[in-house]
Write a protein that binds this ligand. Structure first.
Ligand code: PLP
Length: 400
């Protein structure tokens, strides 16, 4: 195995080039496509080499729970795409979130997080952490004063998603990072909805970025995966040993699928975002819709912030159908191209009713607080022709 002649410097090539080449390792066979090393373990030339490897004096692999050449290629490509110092992959997005949030903390610590979180992320912060003596406070992420007021002497981490799921609010990452740092805390950002193509939280002041690679990074509905990106120091201090011993590791097969997904990530996300913008413009004027949210439009509540911290809108569109749940269900059931699913970021357009699925666990009051009404629909734009998607949506909306 040798490092290819692919870019080594993080910033020498543009993202599209890094997505195709960064991190590629080639075996003695000179394969074009990245090799799939579907192996649990590794053998050693001698007992001495084995000893040296366990002592960390020989750089080779030991066990695929620790690392693996295919996984290393995926991690390297993500690190260079994000412009991070270091990173570690995980089996799922939730393994990435749980590890990044939990690993650096101990009983007696305190976390502040935005209320508008993916359901499982909210469970980790709201239910899981307190069971281990780690207090958490949920705030309205749009209100900077609430972040400031939530700080305690033992606050160690801030956690947020932006744009938020499913209402696509955009939180001020730089301002929240500043509040975190003034309090001696770190900011962890779940960047799934923005994708690494449209938003770089580390450059905005965040300390740790997490992804569900299950979403746009695979982007073709095949496998689950996750990624944590940060400084070398964060990984050495908090993640390295925790991950080796607890084992949230990515499968080499999934790492290989995700590597191939990365090659087309920029092309897909750009096309999906362009279509999402067109869909949002048509829906904005539709008589059966009472509210439309799209971060790429001038009427988005945080439009100025979108311009400042994101390079483009989103592949997701949020809208509220007049007539509540019955009307929303009629629209979902009438769609012919977009399929009903709780997933997002796929090549296939997917449509979600958050109140009865992803956010069903929350009380009606908690949902109302987040703007998730019974008529709210989240549309994940796929790679179909935008005119077909628009015709499908407008025909379904007639049924509302
Ligand atoms: C899907 C998702 C996750 C969890 O990812 P999995 O790969 O399903 O475990 C976390 N955060 C956000 C914002 C997501 O959309």
């Amino acid at each position: 195995m040798s490092q290819s002649t692919a870019p080594a410097a993080k910033t020498r090539y543009r993202p599209e080039t890094r997505l195709v080449h960064a991190g590629t390792l080639r075996s003695e066979f000179g394969e074009t496509s990245e090799g799939l090393f579907l192996t649990q373990g590794y053998v050693y030339d001698s007992a001495e080499q084995c000893e040296a490897r366990f002592k960390g004096e020989d750089p080779g692999y030991i066990y695929s729970r620790y690392s693996n050449p295919t996984i290393a290629m995926f991690e390297r490509r993500m690190i260079e795409l994000e412009g991070a110092e270091a990173g570690r992959s995980t089996a799922t997005g939730m393994a990435a979130v749980t590890t990044a949030v939990l690993a650096p903390l101990k009983a007696g610590d305190h976390v502040v997080a935005s209320k508008a979180l993916f359901g499982s992320c909210r469970y980790v912060v709201e239910d899981l952490l307190p069971r281990y003596g780690i207090a958490s406070t949920l705030v309205d992420g749009l209100d900077l004063d609430q972040w400031k007021r939530a700080v305690r002497p033992n606050t160690r981490s801030f956690f947020l998603e932006s744009p938020t799921n499913p209402t696509l609010d955009v939180l001020d990452i730089s301002a929240i990072a500043e509040i975190a740092h003034a309090a001696g805390a770190r900011l962890i950002v779940d960047n799934v909805f923005a994708t690494p193509i449209w938003q770089s939280p580390l450059a905005l002041g965040a300390d740790v970025v997490v992804y569900s690679a299950t979403k746009h990074i695979d982007g073709q509905g095949r496998c689950l995966g996750g990624m944590i990106l940060s400084s070398e120091a964060f990984i050495a201090e908090h993640l390295h040993n925790f991950m080796r011993q607890t084992g949230p590791s990515l499968s080499p097969f999934n790492a290989w699928v995700l590597l191939k997904g990365l090659e087309t990530l920029a092309v897909r996300v750009r096309a999906q975002t362009e279509s999402a913008g067109k869909i949002a413009d048509v829906l904005a004027n539709h008589p059966n819709i009472s509210r439309l949210i799209y971060p790429g439009r001038a009427d988005h509540p945080q439009a100025a912030l979108v311009k400042k911290q994101m390079r483009a809108g989103s592949t997701l569109v949020g809208f509220e159908v007049k007539g509540g749940k019955p009307a929303a269900f009629r629209v979902l059931n009438a769609l012919k191209i977009a399929r009903i699913s709780n997933n997002l970021g796929d090549a296939k357009s997917l449509v979600t009713h958050p109140a009865t699925t992803t956010h069903q666990r929350l009380s009606i009051e908690a949902r109302a607080e987040l703007g998730i009404s019974e008529g709210f629909i989240r549309f994940s734009t796929g790679l179909e022709h935008p005119d077909d998607l628009i015709e499908d949506l407008t025909a379904a909306l007639e049924k509302a």
